[in-house]
Design a protein around this ligand. Structure first.
Ligand code: SF4
Length: 332
């Protein structure tokens, strides 16, 4: 690992000031569960890190009447076990439980989790592999290579890397927003506008500036929270990244779907909202056939590569199963 400078501001205002004055390439350090990994691999080589994980202002969890508010530095384990989340928004809790081992959930933060980087093995594998994300213009070794876990949706000629997170998928289904701070002031970014598709610039993964810091995540209260689930299909059940996942939240009355939210994970280059599938289910009877149809519509635009085509059917079934589970919870 290359030497780097370490700063630990004692306050939020100090952290914002430190980011404002930071040398280019400086990274924010939260739980450290991803950044240190990438620094050891030589994929990330920041000249300095600004450690915010002890700032009390970022560690709050608040369940209000209108929204749930999670400080960016709140631990994944603490948010997952919060009664308002566990009982009222099972999709949020499940996305955290299934995201990582208990040890990692105890360390990792809900803000840092949003910005974790892809698991593409060529990206993490070092300079022997062409990778437009790590070295712009060098090519993409995954195209025509081992693409079993790579994306089916939102890909470009330059990059097919899958967004690896679970938490952001569930947040997307609930129309969450993210408050950020920076030297130009605070602003709010919809979760749907936080991550970007690779296009011809895969190195750019989100819309935050280098000197901006995530303060908190806010989730609007909705009756669809109780009728929700996060289903994650993976190679092994204990701890692995998704081959396909779906966050579904519904309201159901007399067997007919009212509100409907569907977001996909593990299959796209960014958290992916299946808006057309939602539209088809709204107002429709909650039947296995309609659940399957929603899955088929969600994957209608999928572009398989060499080894990942099997995940289209897997994804369709994942959506259908998640719709069924969410419907059962909504009807209770
Ligand atoms: Fe790099 Fe993206 Fe290609 Fe992976 S898929 S090798 S991250 S450019």
């Amino acid at each position: 690992m290359r030497p780097f400078a370490y700063f630990a501001p004692g306050s939020l205002s100090g952290a914002v000031a430190a980011l404002r004055d930071a040398v280019p390439g400086t990274k924010v350090l939260a739980g450290g569960t991803t950044l240190y990994d990438l620094m050891k691999l030589g994929v990330e080589t920041p000249p300095a890190v600004i450690d915010v994980h002890r700032l009390p202002e970022l560690a709050t969890i608040d369940a209000g009447e209108r929204e749930l508010v999670f400080g960016a530095g709140a631990r994944m384990a603490d948010v997952a076990e919060h009664p308002a989340v566990r009982d009222g928004y099972p999709a949020l809790a499940e996305s955290l439980w299934r995201a990582a081992s208990q040890q990692l959930r105890n360390m990792a933060t809900v803000g840092g989790n949003l910005l974790q980087r892809t698991r593409c093995s060529y990206f993490r594998g070092g300079s022997e592999f062409a990778c437009n994300k790590r070295e712009p213009g060098s090519g993409c070794a995954a195209r025509g290579g081992h693409d079993r876990t790579h994306a089916l949706l939102g890909t470009s000629d330059a990059c097919i890397a899958t967004y690896p997170g679970d938490w952001a998928i569930a947040l997307l289904a609930f129309d969450a927003v993210v408050d950020v701070a920076g030297p130009r002031g605070d602003r709010t970014v919809p979760l749907a506008g936080l991550h970007v598709e690779p296009g011809d610039d895969p190195a750019r993964e989100h819309t935050l500036a280098a000197d901006e810091l995530i303060l908190r995540i806010r989730v609007p209260v909705t009756p669809a929270g109780r009728g929700s689930t996060y289903l994650k299909i993976r190679d092994r059940e204990s701890y692995a990244f998704a081959l396909a996942s779906a966050a579904v939240a519904l309201t159901v009355e007399d067997g007919v779907v009212g509100d409907c939210r569907i977001a996909l994970g593990g299959v796209a280059t960014r958290p992916w909202r299946a808006t057309e599938a939602e539209r088809v289910l709204r107002g429709a009877p909650l039947t296995p056939g309609n659940a399957r149809r929603a899955g088929e519509i969600a994957f209608a635009g999928a572009r398989p590569g060499t080894h990942n085509g099997f995940r289209i059917e897997l994804g369709i079934r994942t959506v259908a199963d998640a719709v069924r589970t969410a419907g059962e919870r909504a009807a209770r």
